[in-house]
Design a protein around this ligand. Structure first.
Ligand code: PMP
Length: 285
């Protein structure tokens, strides 16, 4: 696999980052994941805009312009013959050659930029969309700026392990009785024909797939309400689902052992998945 690191395209085994890089020492970095379908990038502009925002919130220098990032994404898709898959992009605050809590001077310490591809043939035909996901709920003990897409992913990793141990697919995180989001996705319930999902704030990541799906839902005259919901409300809902750049829209059929609705993928989630895939392929670049 050919990867990109700080201006160079290299075989993955030759790509190197300093052990003093603040991404490695302090999780001082941000990332994006963009899906590729049929060789084209989905929602690239959204991911690029969110990256810019994450960098700004952390006073981190942008390592490249949006156009340059697009060119690197496309080059990696071409060099690795990616038809369906993902591109991972990470920016860290770089290495000042030592360990120091204070941010280094950005004029002397450029940020590091790394991108790599993951091939996932048939990504849009994930069989899990037909069966749905089972999830558990866990406490949300993350920090208070979940709107910044940082590489501090230890707790979400632990959440995935808790799910695995419980014999299910994923976990939704809960704070003060209300669901925040999934370990790596946004969370939704459906009551009748109303789609309910937590409003945007610092408490959750502002999902790029979320924005697109809510826009398509409203365009299709579905009712959308952005508000918090409890685990009990979710268990009593007609449907539940998640969204993310790599899962698109994925039905949830069981929460903490309780079947949701009929215990099979609901028609709203199934329809939104079709609409999302159709519509975002039309604007893929
Ligand atoms: N919330 C969290 C915590 C996530 O990690 C992700 C995936 N990166 C999402 C939501 C979904 O965001 P997106 O649709 O932009 O992939």
């Amino acid at each position: 696999r050919t990867v990109y690191v700080n201006g160079e395209y290299l075989p993955e085994e030759d790509a190197k980052i300093s052990i003093f890089d603040r991404g490695f020492l302090m999780a001082d970095g941000v990332y994006e994941v963009t899906s590729v379908l049929g060789g084209k990038l989905l929602d690239f502009d959204g991911h690029s805009a969110r990256l810019e925002r994450s960098l700004k919130e952390l006073d981190m220098a942008a390592p490249a312009t949006g156009d340059e990032l697009l060119a690197i994404h496309r080059e990696l898709v071409a060099r690795n013959d990616i038809v369906d898959g993902m591109i991972y992009l990470q920016v860290t605050r770089g290495s000042a050659g030592d360990r120091d809590f204070a941010f280094p001077d950005p004029a002397k310490t450029p940020s590091s930029l790394v991108l790599f591809t993951q091939s996932k043939p048939g990504l849009a035909n994930n069989p899990a969309a037909k069966t749905g996901l089972k999830i558990i709920t866990i406490d949300d003990i993350r920090w208070g700026r979940r709107d910044i897409k940082t590489v501090q992913l230890l707790y979400p990793s632990m959440g995935k392990m808790m799910a695995k141990k419980a014999g299910v697919d994923d976990a939704w995180m809960v704070e003060d009785g209300f669901v925040t989001e999934g370990t790596s996705n946004n969370a939704y319930i459906v009551k009748g024909n109303t789609i309910i999902t937590r409003a945007l704030s610092n408490d959750i990541l502002h999902g790029i797939t979320r924005a697109a799906v809510l826009r398509f839902a409203r365009e299709a005259q579905m009712e959308v309400v952005e508000r918090s919901f409890t685990v009990d409300e979710a268990k009593a809902a007609d449907e539940a689902f998640i969204t993310s750049a790599s899962a698109f829209v994925m039905p949830v059929v069981e929460i903490d052992g309780a079947p949701i609705g009929t215990g099979t993928p609901g028609h709203v989630a199934t329809r939104l998945r079709e609409i999302y895939l159709d519509e975002s392929l039309k604007t893929a670049i």
